[in-house]
Design a protein. Structure first.
Length: 360
């Protein structure tokens, strides 16, 4: 069903051209839009016409037409007589409103299909048949974006008008606080750039409206049946981002790296790993200065000189801190294997803390 405002706009525009009086009504005889003199139009007349089998009919004062899709009657139209354009106006209104109803129905059908596709609720044969019926290309490269943001109505209105959002793309919502885009790839030769620039374009327009947002996207799939996989990947990317990449506003499933591996590990196995690495010590025992030194050392790819420069400390002071850490944790961050082990341990601790907060 289309909105009353859309019906009213169609009616006003049409009768302004044909210089007639008209009304659009629904079952029960309730008028939802009217223009001009329709005082003689009664609920009895309107309901009687809708109950009849006639597509068009007339009374002394009005010409009636029916708006319907298939066997379903949606609206009735009454146009006042006394003009040479009475019949034309009724048929024109019926045609325009029917087109709008069919367009809206098509959108609803497509939205329902896309939601079930994302949730993996359809068999492959059903996907193929429904896609053909709805005029959706089955074999086309696609990827799924998941946008987390407040003000979802604004997000929808902003994104659907972007140049990035194509005529073959679908924008829908499943979870509260999230908008989902099924995007058809336009440039298969440079997929990575297309997906990244699309995310950046969306993020920019949301920022311009003071909307805080995070965008994740899955890998490219070649057929409709793979869309659910890309959607799952995008959701997983959001979860991994919250734990390991909090400062990233855009993240791709293919960029998750070791964070994705850790996220999929059993929590008990993670606790065992941390216990083995730190010998029963808790991570909280490391003071803030030590943690800052470790993080900066990793940021500078284990470069002692650059790390000491950025920390505004003497090189020997940094070496002293690293030696102290080696005695405490049994790992020398200047040795690549030990540095890798400690980096993984840092991420595992983040994951454990995150899961503990969820349980709490």
């Amino acid at each position: 069903m289309i909105s009353s405002q859309v019906v009213q706009n169609i009616l006003y525009d049409t009768v302004a051209i044909t210089n007639t009086s008209a009304a659009v009504f629904e079952r029960g005889g309730r008028v939802i839009a009217s223009k001009g003199n329709i005082e003689e139009l009664s609920e009895v007349q309107m309901e009687s016409f809708l109950k009849s089998a006639e597509i068009e009919d007339e009374s002394d004062a009005f010409y009636f037409a029916r708006v319907g899709t298939g066997n379903e009657t949606v609206y009735g139209i009454a146009v006042g007589k006394g003009s040479d354009h009475t019949v034309i106006t009724a048929r024109l209104l019926a045609m325009q409103i029917t087109n709008q109803v069919n367009t809206q129905k098509d959108k609803i059908d497509k939205d329902d299909f896309v939601k079930n596709l994302l949730l993996d609720n359809l068999l492959q044969i059903d996907i193929f048949n429904r896609a053909r019926k709805l005029g959706i290309e089955y074999k086309a490269p696609r990827a799924v974006y998941v946008i987390e943001s407040e003000g979802q109505d604004s997000v929808y209105d902003l994104i659907k008008n972007l140049s990035f959002f194509g005529t073959n793309d679908f924008l829908t919502g499943i979870d509260e606080g999230k908008q989902i885009i099924v995007h058809e790839i336009r440039n298969p030769e440079d997929v990575r750039e297309e997906l990244r620039s699309g995310a950046e374009e969306m993020l920019k327009i949301l920022k311009d409206q003071d909307l805080e947002a995070h965008i994740a996207y899955g890998s490219v799939v070649s057929e409709l049946k793979g869309v659910s996989l890309s959607y799952k990947e995008a959701r997983l990317a959001h979860d991994v981002r919250r734990i390991f990449y909090e400062d990233s506003q855009i993240i791709s499933y293919n960029e998750l790296g070791i964070g994705r591996l850790i996220y999929q590990l059993p929590i008990n196995l993670c606790r065992m790993f941390i216990n083995e690495i730190f010998g029963g010590r808790t991570f909280d025992e490391f003071d803030e200065e030590t943690l800052m030194t470790i993080n900066k050392f990793f940021e500078n790819n284990l470069n002692v000189s650059e790390t000491s420069r950025q920390l505004f400390i003497h090189r020997n002071t940094l070496v002293y801190r690293l030696d102290k850490l080696q005695k405490t944790a049994g790992l020398d961050l200047r040795v690549f294997d030990d540095a890798i082990t400690f980096k993984i341990a840092l991420m595992v601790v983040k994951y454990i803390d995150y899961m503990d907060r969820l349980d709490y």
